[in-house]
Design a protein around this ligand. Structure first.
Ligand SMILES: Nc1ncnc2c1ncn2[C@@H]1O[C@H](COP(=O)(O)OP(=O)(O)OP(=O)(O)O)[C@@H](O)[C@H]1O
Ligand SMILES: [Mg+2]
Length: 267
């Protein structure tokens, strides 16, 4: 980890409390995203992936540990970063253009400036001509692209994407993966991308963190050395298969098998 990192999570522990019940969710998670880097977090359902993104955005304060964005400690302080939650909610009563312009308006742009900027970007997002459509008039893939466009409007340079393609059919998903890589290359953002798809993580990422089942610990950190730009033919290469096998094996390791500080720290 270094000062060239866009995002650093340091020794994060997190527990949810409801009444008497405690649910330990994250167990000593440390990770970093370099400037312009595409990093994925891969892990089973319920392992704490979405919780990692909430903490990274400052929306949730961890029990222990620090979050740094551009070397500044923002732990538990909500930031205007490009965070796209798992169930992205475009406002149904606003048009595509109005939805996408929201972050700019929050950053105090005038309506005119904001709409002009949105209109400029619509073609790159395959949404040209749809700016006055309401979300219900768009396809699932278009809604996801619109949500990504809105996320991109936040000019912090960091995008936190929580399974943005999870609900889509396989064909649309593959198409959007290529499109996302293209957009990422063009806009030079730092990305922390959550997925439970092994293939998706390898295909997109510079680096992958695998986390165990809850309470999530880091089971593996792996740099993906597939050349860019990538195309789907890379999936048939032996290097891709060897990454895949490694990730499958690491996903099978139980949280308890990992050494490291226990969740319940001595006080
Ligand atoms: N606000 C909350 N209050 C209490 N428990 C929560 C809350 N949010 C999440 N949890 C619990 O924390 C655990 C981790 O949830 P999280 O959403 O981070 O998992 P995830 O890895 O993103 O799962 P998925 O792949 O299914 O999206 C789950 O057991 C979940 O029930
Ligand atoms: Mg989740």
């Amino acid at each position: 980890m270094s000062s060239t990192d866009k995002l650093i999570l340091e020794n994060i522990y997190s527990t949810y409390y409801s009444g008497e019940q405690q649910l330990p969710v994250l167990n000593n998670i440390s990770l970093n995203v370099g400037k312009g880097e595409f990093v994925s977090v891969l892990g089973p359902s319920g392992s704490g992936k979405s919780t990692i993104l909430k903490i990274a955005s400052g929306l949730l304060r961890p029990e222990w540990g620090r979050v740094l964005i551009d070397s500044k400690d923002i732990t538990g302080k909500p930031q205007l970063v490009g965070y796209m939650p798992q169930q992205d909610l475009l406002f149904p009563w606003k048009t595509l253009k109005q939805n996408a312009a929201l972050p700019l308006l929050a950053q105090r742009s005038s309506k005119k400036e904001a709409f002009t900027r949105v209109e400029e970007l619509l073609p790159s997002f395959g949404l040209d001509g749809f700016s006055d459509y309401y979300p219900y008039q768009l396809s699932g893939g278009m809604r996801q692209r619109a949500a990504l466009l809105r996320t991109m409007m936040i000019e912090s340079g960091l995008m936190l994407l929580d399974e943005p393609f999870g609900a889509l059919d396989a064909l649309t998903r593959e198409h959007l993966q290529d499109w996302l890589l293209e957009i990422w290359g063009r806009f030079k953002r730092s990305v922390l991308f959550v997925t439970h798809s092994i293939d998706e993580a390898i295909y997109l990422s510079d680096r992958i963190y695998v986390i165990t089942e809850r309470p999530g610990k880091i089971a593996l950190e792996k740099t993906i050395e597939l050349k860019r730009p990538r195309s789907k033919t890379v999936i048939t290469t032996s290097l891709f298969s060897s990454y895949k096998q490694l990730l499958i094996d690491s996903l099978n390791i139980k949280s308890a098998d990992y050494p490291g500080p226990d969740y319940q720290k001595e006080s």
